[in-house]
Design a protein around this ligand. Structure first.
Ligand code: URA
Length: 232
């Protein structure tokens, strides 16, 4: 692989910044300073960029607490995306969010460049469960819990898989936990709509084994730990 591509894949900066630093003698391979951006890097080479060793990682995995107001996409002409929230030093070009949360939904979003893992997590056949916290206008009742367990029909035609609805607080505005095993467009909002209720706030807390780190404020992210990656 070319030296500049290696450094760019590892999120060291833009291709032009990297080339500038290579030309300026700020990059070494082994003990030699390399000034040619096209230099061919071999596996086992120790590469230093601005004095720091840069190891090659095939895959990167981040958990983000997605804030409201940004979209779950890799790029967009007009709107801010979750990838725009990744610092330049981590922002490799092939990162994408695994699945979508609505623009006004907060919470757990996995961001990676591992297409196979994403495919497994999103495959409708795998039924990976996703847990959400929601605030809902209207009094949520045990009857609603029953309807969720039986499978709510949305858009007047699709019957959702059984879902778990737990009432945390019932009142004019109710707080609930919902677990679904599929990911239809606006699914939770539509499920409540089918019951005559409106979702006012929605936050994803868990996806399969991956639990949102409570230390992350909206807009923050961190690398997954080795254990979290293994569990996924
Ligand atoms: N269900 C929704 O309605 N919106 C989301 O963002 C996720 C699940």
């Amino acid at each position: 692989m070319r030296l500049d591509k290696y450094l760019s894949d590892m999120g060291c900066g833009t291709r032009s910044e990297i080339k500038k630093n290579i030309r300026a003698g700020r990059v070494s391979v082994g003990v030699k300073t390399i000034r040619d951006a096209g230099f061919s890097v071999q596996s086992g080479d120790v590469i230093r960029y601005l004095g720091e060793i840069v190891r090659y990682e095939n895959f990167s995995y981040y958990m983000m607490n997605k804030p409201q107001g940004v979209i779950s996409a890799s790029e967009d002409r007009k709107m801010k995306t979750v990838i725009d929230l990744i610092d330049e030093e981590h922002r490799r070009k092939d990162l994408f969010p695994v699945g979508r949360l609505d623009r006004d939904t907060e919470g757990l979003l996995l961001i990676t460049n591992d297409g196979q893992l994403a495919h497994r997590l999103l495959s409708p056949k795998k039924h990976v469960d996703k847990q959400y916290f929601a605030e809902v206008r209207g009094r949520v009742t045990e009857e609603d819990t029953q309807r969720f367990a039986e499978g709510v029909t949305i858009d007047g035609e699709y019957t959702c898989l059984p879902a778990e609805l737990e009432i945390l607080e019932s009142g004019e505005i109710s707080c609930v936990s919902v677990i679904i095993r599929e990911g239809k467009f606006h699914q939770i909002k539509k499920m409540f709509e089918a019951l005559g209720k409106e979702v006012l706030f929605l936050k994803r807390l868990r996806m399969g084994s991956l639990v949102l780190d409570p230390a992350l404020s909206p807009g923050e992210y961190r690398r997954l730990t080795e254990e979290e990656i293994k569990a996924l």
